[in-house]
Design a protein around this ligand. Structure first.
Ligand SMILES: Nc1nc2c(ncn2[C@@H]2O[C@H](COP(=O)(O)OP(=O)(O)OP(=O)(O)O)[C@@H](O)[C@H]2O)c(=O)[nH]1
Ligand SMILES: [Mg+2]
Length: 253
């Protein structure tokens, strides 16, 4: 009796249903990770342990949410592309977002020791998240191009910046020195420090892609058919080659 009288409070709940026929992108980003990286002694400018941990969390997302088709990440961020026709949580934005952020964060904490065996997790990491809907596949491709181009620009800048700082310049001198420099100038500068940009690990230069590999999946009768063969690589996703070779990823059938 009492509950039915009080149920009217439910009507105050607001929910946002994401539009049908849209690809859903969830982007997760580490909260104040400049501070988190410092506190946990991340290597500069790239800490392979931290990046591999992020990649493992992204793989965990694909294993738990079958409607995620593809993920791309670098630094402290990861983008997840959900099937255009997903009906996960009835396409309610707050639920898709909160489940994504909470699973990613708990995986990050659970897997920490595996990637940082000699560094304690000294305070709880947090991630923010946002949802973006794209009505056309071209927009999804352009979104991913944008994130990979951003990874390249940031990585090249950071590699130069830390090379200058290690050579004795102050942080503000290094910042000033790099202001307005183009890609070719940055590459020349790195060469002076004995660094060939193209030789740096692909994970640093290209970021990471996580997806289900259906092309080479051997039929393993012991394996649960629902279990996805999730792979991580560092492909160039701006060109068409990757997408031509993996056309099934975004085909959403
Ligand atoms: N040293 C080091 N730092 C990293 C690495 N990956 C990410 N970071 C740090 O994380 C930051 C990520 O950039 P942002 O997301 O713009 O910065 P943020 O401090 O997380 O700020 P908010 O996202 O606005 O909360 C970088 O600027 C670095 O300080 C890494 O591999 N090594
Ligand atoms: Mg951040």
């Amino acid at each position: 009796m009492l509950t039915s009288k009080l149920e009217y409070v439910r009507e105050f709940e607001s929910g946002n249903k994401l539009p049908n026929f849209n690809w859903i992108v969830v982007r997760i980003d580490g909260w104040h990770f400049h501070k988190f990286a410092e506190a946990h002694r991340f290597e500069k400018p790239n800490d392979a342990r931290a990046l591999n941990l992020m990649n493992a969390c992204a793989a965990c997302m694909l294993e738990n949410f079958p409607d995620i088709l593809f993920a791309y990440g670098d630094s402290d961020e990861y983008s997840f592309i959900w099937r255009e026709k997903t009906n996960f949580c009835g396409r309610m934005e707050s639920q898709i977002l909160s489940q994504s952020v909470s699973l990613f964060t708990s995986a990050y904490v659970m897997k920490w020791k595996e990637f940082f065996p000699t560094q304690d997790l000294i305070y709880p990491p947090a991630f923010d998240g946002r949802v973006i809907c794209y009505p056309k596949i071209k927009l999804v491709r352009d979104y991913l191009n944008w994130r990979q181009a951003d990874c390249h620009i940031n990585n090249q800048f950071n590699t130069c910046f830390w090379a200058l700082v290690k050579s004795g310049k102050s942080k503000s001198q290094a910042q000033k020195f790099l202001q307005g420099t183009q890609t070719a100038e940055k590459n020349r500068l790195l060469k002076e420090f004995g660094i060939d940009y193209g030789d740096l690990p692909a994970m640093f230069r290209k970021g990471s892609c996580v997806y289900e590999d259906k092309s080479s999946a051997e039929i393993d009768e012991q394996k649960d058919p629902k279990c996805r063969n999730v792979v991580i690589d560092h492909s160039d996703i701006i060109g068409n080659e990757f997408w031509n070779q993996h056309s099934y990823i975004l085909s959403d059938d």
